[in-house]
Design a protein around this ligand. Sequence first.
Ligand code: HEC
Ligand code: HEC
Ligand code: HEC
Ligand code: HEC
Ligand code: HEC
Ligand code: HEC
Ligand code: HEC
Length: 373
Amino acid sequence: MKKMTKLLFTLGLATLFTYTINPASSFAIENSECLECHSDESLTKESTDNILKSDITVNLYVDEEKFNHSVHNINGITCVDCHSDIEELNYDDDLPHKEYLESVCCANCHEEEGEAFKNSVHMEILQKGITMTCYACHGYHYVMPMEAALLAERENNYCLKCHNPYQYHEWLPAQESHFAFVECIVCHAPEVSQQIHLNFVDLVTNKLYQSDEIIDILGINYNEFMPMIDANEDGKINQQEFDSLILMLRQKNVYARFHAELVAVLQPDAHQVKRGMAEKTCEKCHMADSPYFDAVFLLLTHEDGTVDHHEVERDVLESYNMSHFYLMTGTRVKLLDKIGFLLLAGGAFVVMAHFTVRILTIPVRRKRKEDKE
Ligand code: HEC
Ligand code: HEC
Ligand code: HEC
Ligand code: HEC
Ligand code: HEC
Ligand code: HEC
Ligand code: HEC
């Protein structure tokens, strides 16, 4: 069975990607053979640092447990799929493979990401003699599934390793809010699509609930979630259904709220960070029908890393069960006042602010009218 899956996988990959894995190698060498030696924490090698030209000790240990949870292992990628120049292990020698192995090229499998990355400011620095590898951001042995990751995790893994955003955004009010609720690349890679992700938090402790905790609390299976919540069976969670979910949790003594984050969809375009192209227009987000808030999802992550996307109607963002964002889409009076004030304070923006406030209040006025009818 395992062999069969592997075979199908290898064939699948060969058609999916325009490169070829050497099938012999992927059949012949199991991860366990490499880990025979490389799970030894004391295995090191002396080498020379390319940039500093000084002697360094390279740790050759691979943490099997962590590797097993990586997105690559989950998707059946083995050691030799990446270290593809090892075609066989020759135990007659002290060292069963070459002393110097070729560096792994991530773009062999991730061609589109490689192309997108070429157009980014991080490739430009090549002119200064600095090469940024894919793994400067992602790491290599322990690339975790990112789809359902929290924004803080995403930013810490990537941009915050090298940049301090508080150095660059003096013009942006409420910086802390923006960095906490808007992923860097939502502004910095404007071509990438974005989504609002909703996460369960405890009203009292502010603790975040994992998907499996919520599923356990509700006493159901993952595939029973939507049938249970989606009363009108339209495949989307609306305000009413959302409230009843909160109620069901309350009956189990869980007082949940929702924490919303504006994050990027995993796409090659995420790599197109370019100089001077970032989103700066406040109205793009702070306006009633801003496209930034069109796609709202409740994500439930299974143990094996796969993710269920449950679509949520945008109105839900206005719910009082939302610990943030409720000011963004509906009446938003408070936020508008704040922004209106800031723009006014800017002097030159007076006309624009007036104009914006009028546009921004149209839906409010329309809603009032509807309410009367
Ligand atoms: C019998 C023990 C043993 C096995 C099995 C083994 N390795 Fe190694 N590996 C070593 C040692 C020892 C070194 C350090 C060699 C040196 O000092 O130059 C090393 C070095 C490496 C390096 C660093 C090479 C470089 O260019 O710096 C990589 C990558 C590597 N091994 C991957 C693998 C993979 C993948 C497998 C399984 C296909 C594997 N090894 C199987 C012992 C082993
Ligand atoms: C997703 C691709 C990928 C997979 C899968 C992978 N490696 Fe690596 N590995 C790399 C990259 C990238 C490096 C960094 C140096 C380079 O480019 O060769 C590396 C480096 C290493 C090194 C050198 C020490 C270090 O950590 O820098 C060893 C040893 C190694 N890998 C062993 C393994 C073993 C054993 C497995 C399987 C359990 C494995 N690798 C699976 C991509 C991978
Ligand atoms: C400057 C940091 C950075 C570098 C360097 C980088 N990435 Fe990414 N990558 C990201 C971010 C940010 C995302 C989006 C993930 C998110 O929003 O959490 C991403 C997403 C991805 C994804 C998943 C999305 C998709 O397209 O399926 C893959 C695969 C990926 N990168 C591969 C690569 C490869 C290959 C390279 C090298 C050519 C690379 N990355 C270089 C930051 C980086
Ligand atoms: C042998 C092919 C192969 C190589 C080489 C490879 N990957 Fe992957 N990678 C995959 C597959 C298959 C997936 C899972 C399907 C997908 O998301 O595309 C994946 C997924 C990813 C993801 C997506 C994570 C998510 O949340 O979905 C990232 C990021 C990533 N790889 C980064 C890298 C980096 C960085 C390297 C180089 C160190 C690398 N990959 C090398 C095959 C490969
Ligand atoms: C491994 C370190 C590293 C990571 C991680 C990283 N960057 Fe950079 N970034 C750089 C370097 C180096 C430059 C070039 C600075 C220069 O040219 O002076 C740069 C340049 C930039 C620039 C152009 C502005 C400037 O100062 O020239 C922007 C915008 C930027 N990065 C955003 C991001 C975003 C967004 C992320 C997360 C997806 C990110 N960076 C991740 C190292 C990094
Ligand atoms: C609300 C949108 C927004 C968010 C969120 C945001 N930025 Fe920016 N950022 C900008 C704009 C606009 C600029 C001005 C320069 C430009 O357009 O690239 C800028 C400038 C920068 C610069 C300097 C660029 C230069 O050319 O000097 C860096 C580096 C940077 N941001 C990194 C980050 C990081 C890291 C994060 C996440 C923690 C982040 N930004 C979040 C909009 C944003
Ligand atoms: C990419 C979308 C985006 C852009 C562009 C953007 N914002 Fe925001 N802003 C947000 C989000 C999301 C929040 C967090 C909402 C929350 O705290 O409920 C926020 C929060 C704020 C807050 C704090 C609200 C509070 O009560 O904490 C202010 C003030 C604000 N933005 C003003 C601005 C101004 C002024 C600009 C233009 C210079 C701007 N924003 C640009 C998305 C954006």
